[in-house]
Design a protein around this ligand. Structure first.
Ligand code: BG6
Length: 278
């Protein structure tokens, strides 16, 4: 399947498939892969790629539409790439409503994703435009799979004191009390209205990543652990050890977009050196 590769002068690389405008690889300037993609992922038009950054729109999770919406299984248009004044390489992708999308979601829209690759930084700007004559509601987000050398050494900082809803148990909100969230079992939670800056650490050896977001209200943290991994056809039984999803977006409650209006949100991932932020 066709993809676009951005090569930054620092050595950083980014790979984006037209299928889903799906990032499958971000290599930092030192050549280290920052994202996880399953060795068992299907690269097929009817299924999402397992790993990288699936794009969520207009539904999160299960519902009347395909799970997590149709954007991640749609063929996007590459609009071109250029160097920006700040030294980043920028690539733009677009998805518009089609006869097929209108059949399952009766709204006219235009989505634009701009990927901005710099020295050890990746920024993604997500625009949703209502091109129709009536309002619509939607959720949107970036379902990012970060690579973890060993999940038992990975932790996520920045969510202590936040409310969360655990998709695996009681739907009532609970309070996160851990400064550093670590992973020792299946994890599947939404933190509504989460802070805009988190730190993902991969032990003393792996690079750490600062995750920033703007106008993306919520964070979902997911690791399938052993049993769910074994149930997934496109995911290796042991691969839960090598990934964690930290998803940024408007994932908890729908947003409403009036006709002619555009909603713009973004996430930024900044690699910092191993051991920093310990
Ligand atoms: C997460 C959900 O966002 O995505 C999980 O909270 C889900 O419940 C996971 O299992 C993966 O979803 P999918 O459709 O890509 O297998």
């Amino acid at each position: 399947m066709p993809y676009v590769e951005l090569r930054h002068s620092s050595g950083a690389r980014l790979e984006v498939y037209l299928h889903g405008a799906h990032v499958t690889s971000w290599k930092n300037s030192g050549g280290r892969e920052m994202f996880f993609v399953s060795k068992k992922s299907f690269f097929r038009p009817d299924t999402p790629i397992r790993g990288g950054i699936p794009v969520i729109f207009p539904q999160f999770g299960d519902g009347p539409l395909p799970k997590h919406g149709f954007a991640r299984i749609s063929e996007w248009t590459f609009l071109g790439a250029e160097s920006a004044a700040d030294g980043c390489l920028e690539a733009k992708f677009e998805l518009r409503h089609s006869q097929e999308s209108i059949k399952i979601w009766p709204h006219q829209f235009r989505l634009e994703l701009v990927f901005r690759l710099g020295i050890d930084v990746l920024e993604i700007v997500f625009s949703v435009h209502n091109a129709g004559l009536s309002e619509f509601t939607f959720k949107n987000g970036l379902h990012t799979y970060f690579a973890a050398g060993d999940i038992t050494g990975t932790n996520l900082e920045g969510l202590d004191g936040c409310k969360f809803i655990d998709f695996l148990s009681d739907p009532r909100p609970c309070l996160e009390t851990r400064k550093n969230i670590d992973f020792a079992c299946e994890t599947d939670r939404v933190y509504p209205m989460a802070p805009d800056r988190l730190l993902l650490r991969h032990g003393a050896e792996g690079d750490a990543v600062i995750i920033e977001k703007q106008d993306m209200r919520d964070v979902v943290v997911w690791n399938p652990w052993i049993e769910k991994s074994m149930r997934m056809d496109d995911f290796g039984d042991d691969e839960y050890k090598n990934m964690v999803c930290v998803e940024t977006g408007n994932l908890h409650e729908n947003l409403t977009l009036l006709p002619g209006k555009t909603h713009i949100s973004s996430s930024r991932f900044l690699k910092i050196a191993a051991g920093r932020g310990q």
